[in-house]
Write a protein that binds this ligand. Structure first.
Ligand code: NAG
Ligand code: NAG
Ligand code: NAG
Ligand code: NAG
Ligand code: NAG
Length: 479
C-alpha cells in the first residue's frame, strides 16, 4: 500500500514525538544531534519491544483498499480465534468472524481492540509510569475470528487520500466497508470465504452496523455467490440508531433515576423538543448541535464525570491507547507508516459526518431483523445511549414480530451463577441489558460480554431458540 498521501487530519494534527524526531532529522547535520537521535532510536526500540511483544501481535494487520482509483484504505487488525468453535476437518474455515466498528463519528476501532474486547488490553503498570499489555480473558476472539476496522477512512490509522473522499453518509460508509471486507476475505479465500460474518460495534456504530448489514444483504442479491459476503447477523452496543426517538428520552431517564428534579426535567424537555423539531425539519447540522447542547447541559446539571457511566469518578482512560499507538515501533509492528499520527477520534471525520448524526437507520434494522439476526445490548449505567433510549425506538419498529417481541419474557441472565443482566428475545431480535456496565460494555464486563456474544452467535443458553411451545406457560400467561 502506498502511503504517500496522508489525510488532512494527520497533517494538521499536533506534533507527536515521532514528528519531532523527523524534524530533528531535517535539522540534523550536527553530530551531537545525530548522537541524540541514535539514542532516541534505541530508547524507542527497547520500549516498544516490551510494549508489543510477539505473542500480542495481531494475526494480520495492514490496509484494505476501498477505492481502486485512490489511495484511500481502511486499516485493520485481525486476531484469529484462540479456540475455534468447529473442530472438524473444516476447522477455522467455518469459524464465525466478528467485525468490530467503533463509534464517534470519527473514533478508532483500536479503542475497541486495546481497551475493550481485543485479546490484549493496555493499562498502566502499578507505579503508573509505564504502559503494559495484559491478556484479556474476556476477549471476543476466544471462539471466533475478530477483525477491527478503522472506519470510515480518515479514522485512526486509516487513510483518506483527500478530505473529499471521507464519506458524508451511511451509504458511502457501507460502500467502503463492503470493499474493505471483500478485500480482507480475498487475502485468504480458503480461510475466510465461508465464514459467517457478524458485524458488531458500539455507540455511533449504531448507524454503521445496520448500514453495512443492510448494504451486504441488498448487494448480495445482485452478485454471484462467489462475490457475496456471508452475513450471520449484526450486534449493536449502546447504539445511536433512531436519534429522533432517542434524544427525547434523556429528561425522563435522568429524572426517574433521581439525578435531576422536576424543574430540571422541564428544562431538558425544552431542549429535547428543539432537537426533535430540528430533526423533523431535516435541519440536520443544527439538530446535531442541539443534541450536543442537551447532553452538555445534562452533564453540567448532574456534575457527573461522564455521561458514559454514572458510576465513574473519572472518565474512561482511552488516552492510554493513544499513548500506546503513538510509539513509533508499535506502528511499525502493526504495518503503519511511522509518520502517521494516531488520534483516538478524528475531528475532521467528526465534522464531515456532523450532519449525518441525527439521521435514522431504524428502517435498516427492520430489514435486518426480517432477513438476518440482530442483537441490541446496553450497559445499564450509560446515560447517553442506554437501555431506555434503545427500548424507546425498538417498540416503534415496523416489523410483524414486534408485538410478539414486546410480549416475550425478559429473562434473568446469569453467567457462572451470577446475575449478569436481562435478555429478551423473540425470533431474530435479542435485547440484552448488561448490569454493572457503562457505555463501554466489554471494558466493564469482559467475561459477561464474551459470554453474551458467544451465546448469541451460537444460539445457546438464554439465546437458544425455543423450539417446543410450552402450553402450560402460555396458559399461565392468559390467567
Ligand atoms: C511514510 O510516509 C512518508 C510521508 O508521507 C513517506 O515519505 C514515506 O515514503 C512513507 N514510508 C513508507 C515505508 O511507505
Ligand atoms: C473513488 O474515488 C473517486 C475519486 O474521488 C470517485 O470519483 C469515485 O466515485 C470513487 N469510487 C468509489 C467506488 O467510491
Ligand atoms: C434551521 O433552523 C434554524 C433555527 O430554527 C433556522 O433559522 C433555519 O432557517 C433552519 N434552516 C433550514 C434549512 O431549515
Ligand atoms: C428471521 O430471519 C430469517 C433469515 O435468517 C428469516 O427467514 C425469517 O423469516 C426471520 N424471522 C422473522 C420472524 O422475521
Ligand atoms: C413448561 O412450563 C412449566 C411451568 O414453568 C414447566 O413445569 C414444564 O416443565 C415446562 N415444559 C416444558 C416441555 O418445557
Amino acid at each position: 500500500m502506498n502511503l504517500r498521501t496522508l489525510p488532512m487530519s494527520r497533517q494538521s494534527a499536533q506534533q507527536s514525538p515521532t514528528q519531532m524526531e523527523s524534524t530533528l532529522v531535517v535539522l540534523g547535520p550536527h553530530n551531537c544531534l545525530k548522537l541524540l537521535l541514535f539514542f532516541l532510536h534505541i530508547l524507542i526500540i527497547s520500549a516498544a519491544t516490551d510494549l508489543l511483544p510477539k505473542e500480542a501481535l495481531p494475526t494480520k494487520s495492514g490496509y484494505l483498499p476501498v477505492n481502486q482509483t485512490t489511495n484511500s484504505a481502511i486499516f485493520y487488525t485481525f486476531y484469529e480465534a484462540q479456540t475455534p468453535t468447529i473442530s472438524s476437518s473444516s476447522g477455522l474455515s467455518q469459524t464465525p468472524l466478528l467485525i468490530w466498528l467503533q463509534g464517534g463519528p470519527g473514533c478508532s476501532s483500536m479503542l475497541g481492540n486495546f481497551y475493550e474486547l481485543g485479546p490484549w488490553r493496555i493499562s498502566r503498570t502499578q507505579n503508573g509510569r509505564h504502559l503494559t499489555l495484559q491478556p484479556n480473558s474476556g476477549s471476543w476472539n476466544r471462539l471466533f475470528g475478530l477483525l477491527f476496522l478503522d472506519n470510515p477512512i480518515g479514522v485512526g490509522f486509516s487513510i483518506a487520500s483527500t478530505p473529499q473522499d471521507i464519506p458524508t453518509d451511511q451509504h458511502t460508509v457501507s460502500k467502503h466497508l463492503f470493499a474493505a471486507i471483500t478485500a480482507f476475505v480475498a487475502l485468504d479465500p480458503q480461510l475466510f470465504k465461508s465464514r459467517p460474518i457478524y458485524i458488531t460495534g458500539e455507540s455511533y456504530a449504531g448507524k454503521y452496523v445496520p448500514a453495512i448489514g443492510y448494504y451486504i444483504l441488498k448487494k448480495n442479491a445482485h452478485l454471484p455467490a462467489s462475490k457475496q459476503l456471508n452475513l450471520g447477523g449484526v450486534a449493536i452496543g449502546n447504539g445511536l440508531t433512531d436519534p429522533v426517538t432517542q434524544v427525547a428520552t434523556h429528561a425522563a431517564n435522568a429524572y426517574f433515576s433521581g439525578l435531576i428534579n422536576e424543574k430540571q426535567k422541564t428544562q431538558l424537555e425544552k431542549l429535547q423538543n428543539e432537537a426533535v423539531q430540528l430533526t423533523k425539519n431535516a435541519n440536520w447540522s443544527l439538530a446535531t448541535d442541539s443534541r450536543n447542547a442537551l447532553l452538555n447541559f445534562l452533564q453540567s446539571m448532574t456534575g457527573l464525570a461522564t455521561l458514559y457511566d454514572y458510576r465513574r469518578q473519572i472518565p474512561y482512560e482511552t488516552s492510554l491507547v493513544t499513548e500506546f499507538l503513538s510509539q513509533s515501533e508499535v506502528k511499525k509492528s502493526l504495518g503503519v507508516n511511522e509518520s502517521m499520527v494516531y488520534e483516538e477520534c478524528s475531528d475532521v471525520v467528526g465534522a464531515v459526518l456532523h450532519a449525518d448524526v441525527m439521521k435514522s437507520v431504524k428502517y435498516m434494522v427492520e430489514f435486518l431483523v426480517k432477513n438476518s439476526k440482530v442483537m441490541l445490548y446496553q450497559g445499564f449505567c450509560d446515560l447517553r445511549d442506554g437501555v431506555v433510549s434503545t427500548e424507546a425506538w425498538v417498540r416503534k419498529m415496523k416489523w410483524e414480530g414486534i408485538d410478539k417481541f414486546m410480549e416475550a419474557e425478559r429473562k434473568v441472565w446469569r453467567v457462572n451463577g451470577e446475575l449478569a443482566g436481562y435478555v429478551q428475545k423473540w425470533a431474530n431480535l435479542s435485547h440484552v441489558v448488561v448490569l454493572a456496565a457503562g457505555h463501554l460494555v466489554p471494558t466493564d464486563q469482559p467475561l459477561n460480554s464474551q459470554a453474551m456474544v458467544e451465546d448469541w452467535v451460537l444460539e445457546r443458553g438464554v439465546f437458544a431458540n425455543q423450539k417446543v411451545h410450552n402450553l402450560s406457560l402460555d396458559l399461565q400467561g392468559v390467567i
